[in-house]
Design a protein around this ligand. Structure first.
Ligand code: FE
Length: 168
């Protein structure tokens, strides 16, 4: 994890919220809107607000290396929000140990808060998952998760921010 933080620190630091690396908390509160109103920004706008790694994963559907993110082993109570727009995505109550090295959940906070697409990047169909508000790529969902849903939302740490419960 420290190596990853170092490599991120070495990247150019820009962004309206002065993010230094992926482990710095950006959002103080999680956003739970009644209605998801799409946020549309140009590639240049996103690039000015995200680190290079965040941009690569969120806007170019990249994947962080497993066990390198800052949230896969996070055991605190709280809310996982979209790194790009702050939308509440996952509650810590649905997080479980998948052994993959990526933060894994069995359900989103609201189905309306995440969108899905079919991704053939690896030559076979996978279900891609993105933030329903800003379109930021989060990861994929697989049908091998635990009860009660049987789903495994396999997310990138870098696509999310964590808001501890006491801050909600
Ligand atoms: Fe978002």
């Amino acid at each position: 994890m420290s190596l990853f933080a170092l490599s991120c620190n070495a990247q150019s630091k820009k962004g309206v919220q002065e993010k230094q690396n992926v482990s710095e908390q950006v959002y103080d509160t999680a956003d739970y809107p009644d209605e998801v109103v799409p946020i549309v920004k140009s590639a240049d706008e996103w690039a000015s607000e995200l680190t290079k790694m965040e941009y690569y994963v969120l806007r170019e559907a990249g994947t962080e290396r497993s066990f390198t993110g800052d949230l896969w082993d996070n055991k605190k109570e709280g809310t996982y929000v979209c790194r790009a727009c702050g939308l509440a995505l996952f509650d810590s109550e649905t997080k479980y140990k998948s052994g993959t090295g990526w933060p894994s959940f069995y359900a989103p906070i609201k189905s309306e808060y995440v969108g899905e697409d079919t991704d053939y990047k690896l030559g076979y169909a996978r279900t891609e998952v993105h933030c329903a508000r800003c379109g930021g790529h989060l990861g994929h969902v697989f049908p091998d998760g635990p009860k009660p849903t049987g789903l495994r939302y396999c997310m990138n740490s870098v696509s999310m921010d964590f808001v501890p419960k006491e801050d909600n």
